[in-house]
Ligand binder design. Structure first.
Ligand SMILES: [Zn+2]
Ligand SMILES: [Zn+2]
Length: 671
């Protein structure tokens, strides 16, 4: 049969291949000998070259639905769908043939050559390319020519696999067959720990050659990865039925949201997929015995878990590559905490993963839901447009107090009372990192970063002033504008810690952070200050303040105290009334009036300098796009605002940025 096969090089080739082991054929992995690479079947073709190939799997890795979703997404972002596909597929699924370099001669060499040899020897499957990158093509090629180094071709995964060892014979036997005391010591260590990683053995001073010789003698043996459990995967194909999942917005603490999702999965037919970009969410899910697709899983375990999807009726969690899991009976796809920046701008080319998840759910006829501390503005916008049909609030009844704080006050009386309470955990939040801002009495202004304009932060622990955005450092704590010495102003978390520890000492029941961690819980959360979020010149500042407060609210078990120097902010009001829509409704209205996302599209791009900004402005001069630029470290950030319905213009701009302008443009995002 003829197929189109996509490779991670970006190429799509037509081949004449044997029939894949099962249907659907589209989505199968195929190892193509001539290409020295593993590809994915993306379509049926009408002709193709006959090649030697093998199918490593019994079932397709992804479904035709995923390819359709990726194609639609690629039309929106103007990037080839193969780029998106291989950004998402875990790299350990892609095996390729690589040139491996190995030492042939070890005696009578000069110092430099000995250094190269010893470096290569310590590494497993060290590729020719890596060696050239490290030592230069000239040196490596000449060592190959002299016969010092050899080359061989081998199939390897893009990520190196790690070996784990245990003793292969009893200790007495092992020790008697070894002479060198340092190796004896290492054997004792292996015996003591049961299983040891290859990396640790090398750190102990064992070379790869020693390890291989111990293996050959049977003194040590390779064992399964430490955390690896045996999963017996026997996928049984179930008839595909039309899923009836609904689209809902759910908010509350992580535990309540997760509990709801679990219960919902039990009572409905079909599979449930929970996506999150946070490792702590995924580990919590995994602790309950739910299979989770994580980027750091070893190949075998990853493969076992991935193909569980073919069983049907599965509850599975994962980071974003899991959005390509072959779950034919997907009933609901849920994204957790969609406010995290990694959700909106996933890897290069910075796709909003919610778009992909939404398209995948649509293709599979599945429900699409979002679980978070509070609905995001984008979610609310989609709710208004009828995408989300149900609201599920899982807020607990807790004490909520908003207390007016005076400018120089750190702890109000209410907060002090809570801190005095015994047998309760307290989380203290100040959204400001470091000790404080810095003020110049001569300029009468808060010191700003000369590179990017951000307010500078003083870190007492390091005793210098830094820009937290671009890392500009002022060691002598002098004003970057006039050189006058600076003084502290405002409250950072370090200052809060200092004040609390002075009064209560270092205590086990008091915790500090700059943001509430949604997946943990504390009896009380005290927000010392958070209004500095509002001083950032960003149209999303209000929304970020709202989300910051809602994270604090949902992290508290008994009560939350919000100290604030401002009154009457809709975000604070929404906390007092425990109604997120109170804020979202007003904010969406403002965005509409001011012509901001989601009512317009904002294309952000970083260019090298003002010359490039001029070129970009020239390109856009007869269009309806609105262009703004701002100096940032090593370049200029340009924001292009376009009416969201002018899709042709958006496409033209993105094509221009990604093709003709490619050399000058980086960090292209679309809001
Ligand atoms: Zn100054
Ligand atoms: Zn800066």
């Amino acid at each position: 049969m003829f197929f189109k096969v996509a490779f991670d090089t970006g190429r799509i080739k037509n081949f004449d291949l044997p029939k894949p082991p099962s249907e659907p054929f589209v989505g199968f992995r195929v190892i193509v000998e001539e290409e020295g690479n593993t590809g994915i079947i993306t379509d049926i073709a009408t002709e193709g070259k006959k090649v030697i190939s093998t199918y490593p799997d019994k079932h397709p890795l992804i479904l035709p639905h995923h390819i359709s979703a990726l194609k639609e997404l690629s039309r929106f972002y103007r990037v080839p769908f193969t780029t998106l596909l291989f950004q998402l597929i875990p790299s350990s699924f892609i095996r390729c043939k690589e040139k491996i370099i190995f030492p042939k001669i070890k005696e009578g060499l000069d110092k430099k050559t000995r250094e190269v040899i010893s470096y290569i020897e310590k590494r497993k499957d060290y590729t020719y390319e890596k060696a050239v990158r490290r030592y230069g093509k000239g040196l490596i090629d000449s060592l190959i020519q002299k016969g010092v180094l050899g080359l061989r071709e081998e199939w390897i995964t893009r990520e190196e696999e790690e070996r784990v060892f245990s003793l292969g014979t009893d200790l007495k036997n092992a020790l008697s067959s070894i002479k060198k005391p340092e190796i004896k010591r290492i054997l004792l260590k292996i015996r003591g720990e049961g299983k040891v990683r290859e990396e640790d053995l090398i750190k102990e001073g064992l070379s790869r050659r020693h390890i291989n010789s111990l293996l050959k003698k049977g003194i040590i043996v390779t064992v399964k990865e430490l955390s690896e459990e045996e999963t017996d995967v026997k996928p049984e194909k179930k008839p595909v039925r039309k899923a009836k999942g609904e689209n809902y917005l759910i908010w509350g603490h992580f535990d309540s949201v997760w509990e709801y999702i679990r219960a919902k999965h039990e009572e409905t037919e079909g599979s449930t997929l929970v996506l999150s970009t946070s490792k702590s969410h995924l580990l919590k899910i995994e602790e309950e015995g739910i299979p989770v697709i994580r980027g750091d899983l070893k190949e075998k375990l990853l493969k076992d878990r991935w193909f569980l999807a073919h069983r049907g009726n599965t509850l599975v969690g994962g980071s974003f590559p899991a959005s390509l899991l072959p779950l034919e009976d997907l009933n609901n796809l849920i994204i957790l905490d969609d406010h995290l920046p990694s959700v909106k701008h996933f890897k290069e080319p910075h796709i909003d993963i919610r778009n992909l998840a939404f398209l995948v759910a649509k293709e599979l006829g599945s429900g699409f839901s979002i679980g978070s501390p509070a609905p995001s503005l984008e979610s609310y916008y989609l709710r208004e447009r009828g995408v989300f049909k149900r609201d599920i609030s899982l807020l607990k009844r807790i004490r909520t107090e908003v207390i007016k704080r005076h400018f120089n006050e750190i702890l109000t009386r209410e907060s002090i009372n809570i801190l005095n309470e015994k047998d309760a955990t307290k989380l203290i939040i100040s959204h400001k990192r470091g000790y404080s801002y810095m003020y110049c009495e001569k300029c009468q202004f808060i010191a700003q970063c000369p590179n990017c304009g951000t307010f500078l932060t003083f870190f007492r622990s390091k005793s210098y002033t830094v820009c937290t955005k671009c890392r500009f450092t002022e060691v002598e704590n002098r004003c970057p504008d006039c050189g006058h010495s600076l003084r502290e102003l405002g409250i950072g978390i370090e200052k809060v810690m200092e004040v609390i520890e002075k009064r209560w000492g270092i205590r086990e029941d008091i915790f500090f952070d700059t943001n509430a961690p949604w997946s943990s819980q504390f009896d009380y959360v005290i927000v010392v200050n958070g209004e500095n979020i509002l001083s950032v010149p960003d149209y999303r500042a209000d929304e970020q303040f709202y989300y910051f407060l809602w994270r604090c609210l949902t992290t508290a078990k008994k009560g939350v105290i919000i100290q604030s120097i401002i009154d009457n902010h809709p975000a604070i009001e929404s906390i007092e009334k425990k109604d997120p829509f109170l804020f979202l409704k007003r904010e969406l209205e403002r965005r509409r009036e001011e012509n901001l996302p989601p009512f317009t599209r904002m294309i952000n791009v970083k260019v090298k300098g003002t010359e490039e900004v001029k070129l970009l402005r020239d390109f856009l001069k007869d269009s309806s796009a609105d262009v703004k630029s701002l100096r940032v470290p090593e370049g200029v950030r340009v924001t292009i605002r376009v009416n969201r319905y002018h899709t042709d213009l958006i496409r033209n701009i993105l094509d221009f940025l990604r093709k003709d302008f490619r050399k000058f443009a980086s960090e292209i995002t679309v809001d």
